[in-house]
Design a protein around this ligand. Sequence first.
Ligand code: AMP
Length: 380
Amino acid sequence: MSAPILPGAVLGVLGGGQLGRMFTLAARRMGYRVDVFAPEDDTPAGQIAYREIRAPYEDLAAVRAFAKDVEVVTFEFENVSSEATAAAAEFAPVRPSGALLHVTQNRGREKRALEAKGIPVAPFAIIESQADLDAAAAHPGFPGVLKTTSWGYDGRGQRRVEDRAGLANAFRELGSVPCVLEGFIPFVAELSVVGARGLDGSIALYDPVLNRHRNHILDITLSPAPVASAVRTAALDLARRILEGFDVVGVLCVELFLLDDDSLVVNELAPRPHNSGHITIDANVCCQFEQQVRAVCGLPLGSTERTVPAAAMANLLGDLWQGGPPNWAAALADPGVRLHLYGKEGPVPGRKMGHLTVADSTLEGAEARVLAARKALLRR
Ligand code: AMP
């Protein structure tokens, strides 16, 4: 096994968003420098990076030059092409690998790969043509959710469909690009497990958390998920199998649907820290971002143990700015509220601007307090 990359070294991140920012904060705390590569400048990550390199991901010469100056490359933006990750890999290890990224950035490839490993996924069909539309109407059938295979996130590129005509319309509305039709899963809850796998194959898993969405965007995360211990064990087992099966080095999040018979279905994978894992910053010994630093640097993984009985995280979307600047003082009047803002300029509705976290002795208490704090932001 190669020697660990030690504090003082320069780490490279492809992507300049909030995930890169929180990675950079964790890395800097540990004494690393971080170079950020992004097509924009003054990015959330670039603001606190050692160097911010502005170039498009398609500029392979710029990617090579970037990789030459760092000890390891990781990413926070998932839609980096295989050409770009291969160009970076000529000069520095890319962790997790470009091969894993290639699988997870396409819903069709991801579902096939999960199915091949015996991991439960929603019944699905890949649609690229009119003939595929007809076949999909037979299996998985309706109701279903039609999703573009690439570039979909936070519910974008996604339509619920009830019948053949609806499917044909939705396919056209989504631009007749390659899609996956999934059977609609009547879940009782959405859970996620964030985990990490080190260079030596060691694995560290955070307890499953419960996620609530609003308009397809994550709204609230509760930690730990209030589920039966058999569900917890099954969720952790799935995450472990995925981390091992895909030979991950780094952090990966598994999004899960919980059904009323307590069975679990994998919705999707994110080969990076995840919005639902932000809660680990305030609720666990070693947060998901420090874990990513440790994993990609070949260091031992940190403890995933919770330091508090329960915690709740609420996302702050740009919508909160619509009537003027949010009332930060009012939200922070509860001294247990932790504020995280990502340094983004334009508070566009639907845009993730930051989050709040509260720890409490109970989940109900944590949730009530984080919701009250978020509501207080509107007291102007
Ligand atoms: P995704 O972009 O795949 O994470 O989907 C966004 C959200 O849409 C999920 O968090 C679910 O709330 C919902 N969703 C996605 N796929 C399905 C499905 N097959 N059945 C039911 N709900 C779904």
